[in-house]
Design a binder for this molecule. Sequence first.
Ligand code: HEM
Length: 233
Amino acid sequence: MSSSGIGKSSIGRKVIMALSGLFLLVFLVQHLIINLLSVLNPESFNTTSHFMGTNPVVQFVAQPVLIGGVLIHYFMGIILTIKNKKARPVSYISDNQSANSSWVSRNMIVTGIMIFLFLILHMGDFWIHEITVKFFGDKSWDVVGFIDGTEEFRYWEELHHTMANPIRVGVYSLAFLFLGLHLAHGFASTFQSVGFRDGRFTPALEKFGKGYSVVVPLLFTMIAWCHYFNWYL
Ligand code: HEM
């Protein structure tokens, strides 16, 4: 360990990375469940979205915590990548890198940046939109004319409208592929960092991690496609 303080040691940084990652994994599941409703039960999707969009605890506690979690995860990820590069300044010219580690494990920063770019697009699609409508009364975004009177019914229409764009659906699908790759290695290293590597539950946790990294991105992709192709209940 280089110096005292959890964020300053290499193990400390990995633990912070793992814990913020675990927190984001929980966020992702709740986000997936709400978005699945947009395909399975549009009315419940509207009710839930309206609740999430107007509840003060969600708005002023959960959202800042989420933003904090994302920032910590990215900040630590960049620091870890720089430190790892410094620890191994000579590139493996004579070494067969792919025999030692997978492309994904060596390029977490690349898949992380792809997800970051997706998040910028995604925040522009939904979050900025929410803020301008809610706090600044901007009606130019009102794609379906729902903002006056039937405000709480607009969420499904807006999501559906966004997913009508094939380029958007293509970019989202590609981003979910990167998300799957990032999650697959993220899970493996999280277990290592928080000490679950050789325990009794390791095989089950590894299976869960692999399942999560395939099923969650796949379901997000399905949601985008279902809206594009009008496959919903
Ligand atoms: C087809 C897939 C997805 C759909 C349809 C979708 C839809 C939405 C919607 C409608 C919102 C706005 C919520 C609000 O009213 O504030 C939102 C926010 C957000 N989404 Fe997604 N999302 C998808 C995938 C993802 C993925 C894969 C991630 C992360 C990698 C993600 C991260 C976020 C974040 C961080 C927010 C802002 C926080 C929040 O408002 O809850 N989304 N998304």
